[in-house]
Design a protein around this ligand. Structure first.
Ligand SMILES: *[C@@H]1O[C@H](CO)[C@@H](O)[C@H](O)[C@H]1NC(C)=O
Ligand SMILES: *[C@@H]1O[C@H](CO)[C@@H](O)[C@H](O)[C@H]1NC(C)=O
Ligand SMILES: *[C@@H]1O[C@H](CO)[C@@H](O)[C@H](O)[C@H]1NC(C)=O
Ligand SMILES: *[C@@H]1O[C@H](CO)[C@@H](O)[C@H](O)[C@H]1NC(C)=O
Ligand SMILES: *[C@@H]1O[C@H](CO)[C@@H](O)[C@H](O)[C@H]1NC(C)=O
Ligand SMILES: *[C@@H]1O[C@H](CO)[C@@H](O)[C@H](O)[C@H]1NC(C)=O
Length: 395
């Protein structure tokens, strides 16, 4: 008995102390895995939930419950356990089924030369095909699934046109692309938006240099970045503590859940559940209004100077028509009305906004007054007393 246990243990360790890389002509089949050098991440075949179909995925090793962070063939499942992953001499990963048909492959978008390609699985969770000069030919972080993790740049490479977005699974049993997606919208000041199909379900709120107002970080151990320049527009986060792990998943029902664990506990806990209240729903109160959720009571209020567009409906808590100006005014009247200051609010939708990094708040106000269709202004960045200018326009 002892011998058998030892034998099984030995067998298990020899098969599971798998390598972290795949060279040309090498392959892994169902039952075999790749493991990152530090043993944190594993790649191999799995069946999600109650499904019997097989998928090539990446997950955290020795973490329970099992958290899959990436799936290669999410829309093209294998019907049984005869899948094989290979790297071909062109540097393309190919997933073959029982009849040797390619059911999924990585593409090559990079202009790096293909020589002696190798596919490496890193402790970060990134699966990278690179050439002998370490030039990246393809990486899984450029094609995220339903999971955001440190190192993934959610957003755009403006030079290549590559968009990285998150999309939910159809169900816990089916990783195929579901209804919900989180993307960076490039219109106006770029912002992060959750879509349900083509409808906006929620805005996480605009970045103010420190955070997204109304969508705070789940823990102070997380450093968030929102980068906007000529080459790239993306959101990314990193974790201060090496021993800590935090990943965010967009669930099949469109809720963002953040899971956290440490290398000691290895049991993920939900640290943030994106769904807070109905004020999160896009345009829940309609235009020109404020959604207030306090003490379990939700109400919508028109901005000062505005009245409900449909008062009868508004009075019975049907809010989606929103509010209109009390005084149907031309530009001159709005000039005399002046501006009213609001604080501690999520910034309004910036898809019809304009921004400047260099203007100050006075110049910003002046510029807004000069344009009849300008409705509001704000600092772009609240750090160091505030800088930059953000203007909202009528659409
Ligand atoms: C998978 O299915 C194919 C075709 O039905 C069959 O030839 C093959 O033996 C099956 N493989 C396994 C591991 O069941
Ligand atoms: C392998 O994939 C091809 C192409 O999608 C399909 O026609 C074939 O039936 C698949 N074979 C098996 C055994 O599933
Ligand atoms: C698939 O390819 C492998 C390796 O090239 C070969 O041994 C096997 O016979 C092929 N199977 C089929 C069904 O063509
Ligand atoms: C956890 O991670 C920390 C920091 O990397 C390391 O010092 C420590 O040894 C790790 N502990 C375990 C149990 O792996
Ligand atoms: C509209 O604004 C003007 C000037 O501020 C004011 O005199 C007038 O009473 C307002 N009308 C309404 C209906 O509030
Ligand atoms: C006001 O701003 C809008 C949006 O940026 C622009 O299209 C329009 O030309 C501006 N009007 C004036 C008078 O500057």
């Amino acid at each position: 008995m002892l011998f058998i246990c030892f034998f099984i243990f030995f067998y298990m360790t020899t098969t599971s102390t798998s390598v972290d890389r795949l060279a040309v002509t090498q392959s892994i089949r169902d039952g075999e895995t790749l493991a990152s050098a530090g043993g944190i991440i594993e790649a191999g075949f799995f069946s999600p939930g109650n499904s019997i179909r097989r998928y090539l995925g990446i997950w955290y090793r020795n973490v329970s419950p099992f958290i899959v962070v990436w799936v290669a063939n999410r829309n093209t499942p294998l019907e049984n356990k005869s899948g094989v992953l290979k790297l071909n001499e062109k540097g393309v990963l190919e997933l073959l089924n029982a009849t040797n048909n390619t059911i999924w492959s990585s593409n090559i978008v990079s202009s790096n030369a293909v020589n002696n390609p190798i596919a490496c699985l890193f402790d970060s969770g990134n699966f990278v095909v690179k050439n002998s000069e370490d030039g990246v030919l393809w990486q899984s972080f450029d094609y995220p699934g339903d999971t955001l993790m440190p190192g993934i740049k959610l957003g755009w490479n403006l030079e290549t046109g590559l968009e990285r977005s998150i999309s939910s699974w159809k169900s816990d049993d089916d990783p195929a692309e579901g209804e919900y997606a989180i993307k960076i919208d490039l219109r106006g000041l770029p912002q992060m938006i959750e879509f349900k199909g083509s409808d906006i379900r929620m805005r996480t709120g605009s970045w103010n240099g420190l955070t997204t107002v109304g969508y705070p970080s789940p823990t102070p151990l997380l450093i968030r970045k929102f980068v906007v320049n000529e080459k790239e527009v993306y959101y990314e986060y990193e974790i201060i503590k090496k021993s800590m792990f935090i990943v965010s998943k967009l669930t099949p029902s469109g809720i963002t859940q953040s899971f956290s664990w440490t290398n000691q506990t290895s049991t993920p806990q939900v640290v943030q559940n994106g769904e807070k209240d109905q004020c999160e729903n896009y345009a829940f109160c309609g235009a020109n209004s404020i959604c207030i959720y306090d003490d379990n009571y939700l109400t919508c209020e028109c901005l000062r100077g505005y009245v409900p567009k449909s008062p009868d409906e508004w009075n019975i808590r049907i809010w989606f028509d929103g509010c209109i100006r009390r005084n149907k005014s031309d530009c001159k009247i709005s000039y005399t009305d002046g501006f009213l200051k609001y604080s501690h609010l999520k910034l309004p939708d910036t898809s019809s906004s304009w921004f400047s990094n260099t203007m100050n708040l006075d110049e910003c106000q002046k510029s807004c007054l000069e344009n009849c269709s300008c409705k509001a202004y704000a600092n772009l960045d609240i750090r160091n007393g505030g800088s930059g200018c953000l203007l909202w326009f009528n659409t």
